[in-house]
Structures are given as structure tokens and as C-alpha cells.
Design a protein around this ligand. Structure first.
Ligand code: HAM
Length: 412
């Protein structure tokens, strides 16, 4: 019989990666709550129009990477390719703006993009991300970039580079767009096929094309920073000032434009050179126009998302938590006592292993040895009759008789 395998571009998270996944979740939750964020969980699929309108029709994600299908009721549905549009939809739909001035959400879960799978790039991948709605201060930009850097630091990831840029508002980008078209048009034939099309649809994207000839031609392209208005420039200067105050090393990268259309003003990415072509671990920025686009509301916003698979590739292995105690019991009548004891100890968060079948002592000791436990509790008919257990300490090679209460106290 042919064994069914996971679909191309998807991966099971198990064993060592599962330990990393839950560790990332715990570290992120602790850190985000210190910054006042609360959890949000939105549906895995949404109406296709949400992403078309939110992310932009001329982006790679919407043009060629979405998992879109008609459901049985003939509705066009898309598996979410990212989290921002859904969080904004939930925020608008639930009128959260009427309940609080500033909202801070974090999420972690699967996203779907039909990309060519390779190391660090999957079709189903996981993001951990945050969104802040209702705050326009540049201090927020600096604070959230700082938080994202601390997240990776806390996960033990080093040699990171924070890249920042400002892409201004709509007006600035319109002006810059024309300057860029004028600059690129003479080389149009030498650009890659995608970029030849992008000159018409989304010329800013030519700036972060990875094809060598495109990179060469954009090296001396005009910088978007020169097109910023005074207000936009001041905002950007404040962000940089506060990043320095927070002690975050950053590099200004005027070619950083991001792949989704909702951004304006500050954009940033944290990159590593340890993951080959998929070096962007985390990215985000300001999206002050998205709430207007989706809900006709003038509400500023800022957020980022990190690729969990990429983080896991960069992280050291998490040592598995060892079993504390192995309960070795002998004699059919002892079973109930042993199971109840395991339950009592587990309620105290003591990690217990207990076998459901009473085998010989030799087999028990083999199992205890394999689990590398610190202690074994031995219970036979005699001990049970006396209401005691024998605790064997492997490190000190000693053993003692204890009541259950004494055992719990000792192991706690
Ligand atoms: P993004 O840059 O498209 O931004 O994705 C964020 C991160 O997700 C990337 O830096 C990368 O680590 C990871 N990622 C993206 N695609 C894949 C893939 N196919 N396989 C593995 N990892 C991948 C966003 O999604 C925005 N929603 C971020 C944001 C939040 N901006 C504002 N708020």
C-alpha cells in the first residue's frame, strides 16, 4: 500500500522542532505581555477580497501565491497568507476602536503561500506576530522594533541585522514611483521578466528583486528618503533616535520596500546571513492606510511578523525536560495505589512515568535507566500494607522509606 506523505511545502512539527515551537510560544507570550499585548486568534480562512483589498492586487502574494478556492456555497475563500489583514478585519468588525484608544494584539499560527519550497520557505508556514492599532507616535515604531529584536535575542539568536527605511505616505510614494519609473525605463529590457512587469504595476518592488542584473541596475536608483516630506522625515528621525536610546543596532537600507502594499512610513526587517536566500527572519512596519482601505477609518497601525520555521532553524536545540520519578510497582493489588500516587505527584507538577503493567523489578530498573530519572519509587505489597513507599535516589545511591505525604514534600 502506498504510504500517504505530507503535501509538498508542508512539514510536521514534532520531536525536537515541537519542543522549539512551544518554547518560542512561551518566550513570545511572556515578552509580549510585558509590553501590554493580548492574544488574538482569527480564522485560518477569510473572504478572498480581504486579502485582495488589504495586501494589494499587484503583490506577488495576491497575484500568484494565494490558496484560493470556491467553497460548497460558491464563495471565494482564501487560506490566510499572513495575519495583518485578518486582525484588522476582526478589529473593525468588532468595533474595538470604540472600546479603547490603543489595541495591542499578538498571534501565532499557520499561514499559506504557494511558493517554491526550499530551506526556510514552505507553503504552510507559521508566523508569530503583533499588531498595534490606534497609535501614530514614532516612539511606538521604535518600541515595537526593539521588542522584536528582544524576542530573537531571548530565543538565543545572534548575528542579526536590523534594516530600517521609510517609504513615506501615498503622496510621497506616487512622486517617488514616477522618479523610479523614469530611472528604470532605459534599462527595462535588461531587467528580469517579473521586474519588467513590475515597472508598470509596482515599480518599488524592483528595488528588492534578488536577480543579479536587477540588483545591479537599482544600485544607483534614486533614494526614497529624498522624496519624504518634512513630517515624514521627522517621524523617521525620531524612530532612529529612539532605536539608539533603546540600544538597538540598525542599518538604514533605502532599498527596503517590503512585499505587501499596505505599508507606509517606517518599514523594517531583521535579517541573518545564516539562512542563505531566506535570510529575512522577521519583517513589518507602519500601515496607516490599511484601516481606511478596509473600513474607512483613519486609524494608524504598526506591526511585524516573524517566520517561526526560520527562527527554529537558527535556534539551538531545547533540552527535553527529564522525567523526575519512575514508579516501579509489583503485585496486582498495588496497581491502584501506584496509579493514585502518580496522579498525586503530577498534580504537584512532578514529572512522573509509571508503567501500566507490573513486570519484574529488572524490567522496571531498565526503564528507569532509559528515562534517566533522578528517583525511582518502589512499591510492593509489603510497602502498601504499611502505607509507605521506597524512594531510591540514583545520584546519591541511597534509599529511604517514606509515607506518601513525606514523599510529596521531598519531591516538591
Ligand atoms: P512578511 O514579510 O510577508 O510579512 O512575512 C513575515 C515573515 O514570515 C518573513 O520575514 C518570513 O520569516 C516568514 N515567511 C514568509 N513567507 C514564508 C514562507 N513561505 N515560508 C516560511 N516563512 C515565511 C507579513 O506577513 C506581514 N503580515 C508582517 C506584518 C505584521 N506587518 C505588519 N504587521
Amino acid at each position: 500500500m502506498k504510504l500517504i506523505k505530507a503535501v509538498r511545502g508542508t512539514k510536521d512539527i514534532l520531536e525536537g522542532t515541537a519542543a522549539k515551537y512551544s518554547y518560542i510560544r512561551r518566550v513570545a507570550e511572556d515578552l509580549f505581555s510585558a509590553y501590554g499585548f493580548s492574544y488574538i486568534k482569527t480564522p485560518i480562512f477569510e473572504e478572498t477580497d480581504l486579502f485582495k483589498r488589504g495586501i494589494g492586487e499587484a503583490t506577488d502574494v495576491v497575484e500568484k501565491e494565494m490558496y484560493t478556492f470556491l467553497d460548497r456555497g460558491e464563495r471565494s475563500i482564501t487560506l490566510r497568507p499572513e495575519g495583518t489583514a485578518s486582525v484588522v478585519r476582526a478589529y473593525l468588525e468588532n468595533k474595538i476602536y470604540a472600546k479603547e484608544d490603543v489595541s495591542k494584539f499578538y498571534y501565532m499560527g499557520s499561514m499559506f503561500r504557494y511558493e517554491r519550497p526550499q530551506a526556510g520557505r514552505q507553503r504552510e508556514f507559521n508566523q508569530v506576530g503583533v499588531e498595534v492599532l490606534g497609535e501614530h507616535s514614532p516612539l511606538l515604531d521604535a518600541e515595537i522594533i526593539t521588542m522584536s529584536y528582544h524576542l530573537l535575542e531571548k530565543l538565543g539568536i545572534t548575528d542579526l541585522e536590523v534594516n530600517i527605511n521609510s517609504i513615506g505616505g501615498n503622496e510621497t510614494r506616487q512622486k517617488y514611483r514616477q522618479a523610479l519609473i523614469d530611472y528604470l525605463t532605459p534599462f527595462k529590457d535588461e531587467l528580469c521578466e517579473d521586474c519588467q512587469r513590475r515597472i508598470e504595476t509596482n515599480p518599488l518592488r524592483v528595488l528588492d528583486c534578488k536577480v543579479e542584473t536587477c540588483k545591479k541596475h537599482t544600485q544607483d536608483a534614486p533614494s526614497i528618503i529624498d522624496s519624504l516630506s518634512e513630517e515624514e522625515r521627522n517621524h523617521y528621525e525620531e524612530v532612529k533616535k529612539y532605536l539608539t536610546i533603546f540600544g538597538i543596532p540598525y542599518v538604514e537600507n533605502s532599498r527596503l520596500v517590503r512585499g505587501l502594499d499596505y505599508y507606509s512610513s517606517t518599514v523594517f526587517e531583521i535579517v541573518t546571513n545564516k539562512l542563505g536566500a531566506q535570510g529575512t527572519v522577521l519583517g513589518g512596519g507602519r500601515y496607516d492606510n490599511l484601516l481606511k482601505q478596509l473600513g474607512d477609518k483613519e486609524i494608524p497601525a504598526f506591526g511585524f511578523a516573524a517566520g517561526v520555521e526560520r527562527i527554529m532553524m537558527l535556534m539551538e536545540d531545547i533540552p527535553a525536560k527529564e522525567t523526575d520519578v519512575y514508579i516501579a510497582w509489583l503485585g496486582e493489588n498495588v496497581c491502584e495505589f501506584a496509579m493514585k500516587l502518580a496522579d498525586t505527584l503530577r498534580k504537584e507538577n512532578i514529572k512522573v512515568a509509571v508503567d501500566f503493567n507490573a513486570k519484574g523489578m529488572k524490567s522496571h530498573m531498565k526503564k528507569a535507566d532509559k528515562l534517566n530519572v533522578k528517583y525511582t519509587v518502589i512499591i510492593g505489597e509489603d510497602e502498601m500494607a504499611k502505607g509507605v513507599v521506597v524512594l531510591k535516589d540514583f545520584a546519591s545511591r541511597t534509599q529511604e522509606e517514606l509515607t506518601v505525604d513525606q514523599l510529596v514534600e521531598k519531591l516538591k
